[in-house]
Ligand binder design. Sequence first.
Ligand SMILES: [Zn+2]
Length: 475
Amino acid sequence: MSFLKKKEKRMKLYNTLTRKVDKFRPIRKRTVTLYTCGPTVYDHAHIGHWFTYIRMDLLVRTLEANGYKVIWELNITDVGHLTSDEDTGEDKLEKGAKREGKTAWEVAKYYEKEFISEMQLLNIRKPSYLVRATDHIKEQISLIQTLEKKGYTYKISDGIYYDTSKFKKYANFAKLDLDEQQAGARVEFNPEKRNKTDFALWKFSPEDQKRDMQWDSPWGIGFPGWHIECSAMALSYLGETIDIHAGGIDHIPVHHTNEIAQSEAATGKKLANYWMHSNHISVDGQKISKSLGNSITLKDIEKNNYSPEDLRLLVLESSYMTQSKFSYDALSSAKKRLEDLYAVSVLRYQANKNFKRQKVYLRKFDKDLLLAMSNNLDSPKVMVLLSEFTKKFLDNGINIKDLKEFNKTIKNMDELLGLKNVDLKDISIENKKLIEERVIAKQNNDYKKSDEIRNELLKRRIGLRDKETSNWYYL
Ligand SMILES: [Zn+2]
């Protein structure tokens, strides 16, 4: 998008590190490095996860629209993520394996494949590096050795641990009250640990139990802790300091705090200049959890006749900084809004030289859309702009002289928001025929057929707007 000047100075992001909205200045002039904590592949991803990854995708798209090349690393956690933050629980992968009567390797492979294919369905950009923890055991061992040499580690009966009291800034990132945490330590606090916040870097395989995933190490057979994988893989692909590190808000007090402790103790450099966190999602007012039966997946949404793009539009409706709510009612409104937007896209068919010129408005719209996203991903503002845009064109039609500008706007919008507006060239003869058949069905008062065709067309991303009084639009 060439219409913004001094592009690199425009973006602003709320930075968890400074607790304010900071101007975004990457280390390199035109390239941005981004690390996001990826899925633990032991079960289906649910909408809570997808809200977060869609927001990461929107961040990538906004950076790109601002002229940056984005080097995005997303990890796949396929080992070592325990069910408890206290390092006492079960490995989620081994748990998944027991549940499904498969090996942990099979479970990881299955859910990784599903995650990637759903990512594609949701039109999430392909990361530059999509990396598995189990492919980087050597790097993790080497990072633990560096920490060991620098005196940050100690050994207890079940593994090698990080001594958080040695890292003076440990409490800073999450503004933790360590004294209170120490005093509040409950039964699950492993008494061999020196501090409650200490965490496992390498866990030994239990003697009485055969694990599917285990490796030899200088300390004994076992597997890496969850936190060390992100530190090791970020360091391997993006270097010592990353521009933006992003993830879910629940990672702040433990996972991200521990990543900072490990990486910064090892390198002596700041791990990331900006930390972006996506807030919680609730379903019908409740926290998403398996036991409540509300961990809705993308497949569930599709079974209920909603598209991945409907979900993307719903994600745009709330700021990533606030707690967002999911409900099928909200998804249904999102679907309606998207259908209207698609209907505007299809209006290009009926462009006419007598309609009002909108060239100036279109240019301003393009600019305002990018400015809203560049301002700390202000997606609620984007929704206001989209509503105005939709209303304006559904009410007034498109002047044929503005078509070139209009096509550019749709293209820019799709690159920025990933909503997959239909391209005119994608409207096939078959679809045109369907549009005409629907007109006839309506004229014959065959509403059933008319609705069926409408739904079929919507699946093909063709929105229709009924406006019978209009002298220009008869569908
Ligand atoms: Zn991570």
